[in-house]
Design a protein around this ligand. Sequence first.
Ligand code: 3H9
Length: 702
Amino acid sequence: MKGTVHYEVRGNVALMTIDNPPVNPLSSGVRQGLHDGLSQALSDDAVAAIVLTGAGRAFIAGADISEFGGKSEGPSLHDCLAAMDNSSKPIVAAINGTAFGGGLEVALCCHYRVIAPSAPVGLPEVKLGLLPGAGGTQRLPRLIGAEKALDFMLSGDPIPGPAAVAMGIADELAEGDIVEAGLTFAANLIAKGGPVRRIRDEEEIVRQARGNAEVFDNARKNAARKMRKRFAPEMIVQCVEAAVNLGDFDAGIAVEQECFANCLKHPQRESLIHMFFAEREVAKIPDVPKDTATQEIASAAVIGCGTMGGGIAMSFLNVGIPVMSVEMDQEALDRGLGVIKKNYDIQVQRGRMTAEQVDERMSLISGTTDYADISGADVIIEAIYENIDVKVETFKKMDAVAKPGAILASNTSGLDIDKMAAATGRPEAVIGLHFFSPANVMRLLEVVRGENTSKEVIATSMKLGRTLNKIAVLSGNAPGFIGNRMLAGYTRQAGEIILQGATPYQVDNAILGFGMPMGPFQMNDLVGLDLGWRARKLNGIAPEDVPITARVADKLCEMDRYGQKTSRGYYIYPEGSRAGQADPEVVQIVEETSAELGIQRRSIEDDEVLKRCLYPLINEGARILEDGIAIRPCDIDIVYINGYGFPEVTGGPMFWADQIGLDNILADIKKFEAEYGGDIWKPAPLLEKLVAEGKNFASLQG
Ligand code: 3H9
């Protein structure tokens, strides 16, 4: 059994300390310990009150997530809570640290709560596709009212100790030793003959929302907007409706249990819990041990202050790390710094930042046109345009000025890190740090290890990702790394499908319906159709040699339709709007292009659109695993969800593939290979092997 609860008696108070490192989830051993400790305290006449606290940095992190969907031993959490509820002796929760989910619900089942200022409390179950299923949906509205409880449970965001007291979730803020504070609170209760106070018996506050349908309408509207296509929010709202309207705690608990069971068996729950563990797994690199020494990154330099460079600089400024921005000339520098300031000012207008915070951040950035000025930086990141020769030259200059020990990084989205490393006298210090646009917003950071990158530089870069509030995933050095290598097949298929009969709007709508934030043609419009077109012109590619999937885009560019930046691309963007409108002229261009290429157009079902756009991701993902470019399937899932908007509720492309069944996917891939041919549809050997062995991607997780 995992975890335990230490029991001791101090004077006439039983002190129970939950111990299940590192964050005290309610594993079987903890539940057993709670159950046994309570029985002992209740049967001991010398004990008049009980204090419950946690060892280490958490009170209780919640139910043990790894137990969901499997068999669990020992008493259930509900058995423990029933014993606490029925306790004749007052129980005081001394919330020493994180009290999340079932952890906060245990605290709410205690009769009183004292809390340390640094202890966050929250009900984050919604983020895992669940609801607070240990009485939280019934007790919290009884304590703070339906509206606030809904906000709290639907956001899933934690609040610190002082806010918990202000909100009425905890009774007392305890500066200093929290256990002593809990014991003192208990002693005072005993002295006053303080009663056992059960939240389940409180009806007054929760009753106030009875007949007020607006509270629930608003909650549903907000959830639909913020958590599109999520199942759990509606379940949470129904539980709170029960708390408000039934007027009977046990009847409300019955609704909660039914709704919790619905969430538990919903596929979204499995996917979101996969994401929880995957986010932690990607930090683990088999040949770079956890205790590998890391360097301190106290200053940064970013070469290039365009869209990417500016966003990268903002990521550092946002966490208080000073940045030196390098540009070719003063004009470009002034423009770049001006854009950064403007971006911050927009945040002020939206009420997300204060003018003082902007000043503080801007005071941390300085600009230069002279490489000599960046010699003191701990990390130098080049964010210039994607041309290997220019990057190699830039690395030579970086190497010439950087201090010993500095990390030299490239923000390339797919070029060869080893070529850049070879241009320096310190290949061990060279690494890829691939930020995603907008770099100050997007969570993903692909960290690309070159052949000679040192373990210290890898460990430092992964840590830097966390410092910058990003999720860092390690990739091997191969064209396109993980994400862009997979994307190639997706965009190519989208391009082919429109030539064969679908419109760009049908393809985008199918992808949107799947849950991605934008379709491939909306994405092209956002990025700019002119980038590829210009590159083809620069490289002297004749029109007849342009890949057929780029023909429509090139025609649009010839008409000055570059995408959002010119208010026209695949879509028309009315003045100041980012929402595009379909354009019959584009459909005509697509149809003409099909005719020129001799392609017979036909009607294509959305199901085919989805399979042809999404299955190449899985096939290429399998090749990436085979090549050792991604460490585990979950690394690919994290990249795709956080960098490319793959819907979180699927658990990422590789997890999703397991759910569909690799045999089904392989059968479709073979069908498309027979119909359309091409490398894209050649089944990855790993996929074939797994299917032959009756295994899935999860079996590779280790
Ligand atoms: C729930 O409570 C349902 C109830 O309402 C109803 C029940 C009937 N279980 O994040 P870290 C592991 S649902 C199992 O790196 P930090 C984690 O995997 C639950 N394991 O540390 C990692 O393992 P490893 C509601 C858990 O300090 C290690 O602990 N609760 C759990 O950055 C350290 O974690 C939540 O959703 C768990 N509950 O952050 C809270 N929690 O070292 C989820 C953590 O092997 N947890 N682990 O990779 C968190 O948000 C963060 O982990 C926390 C600590 C803030 C607690």
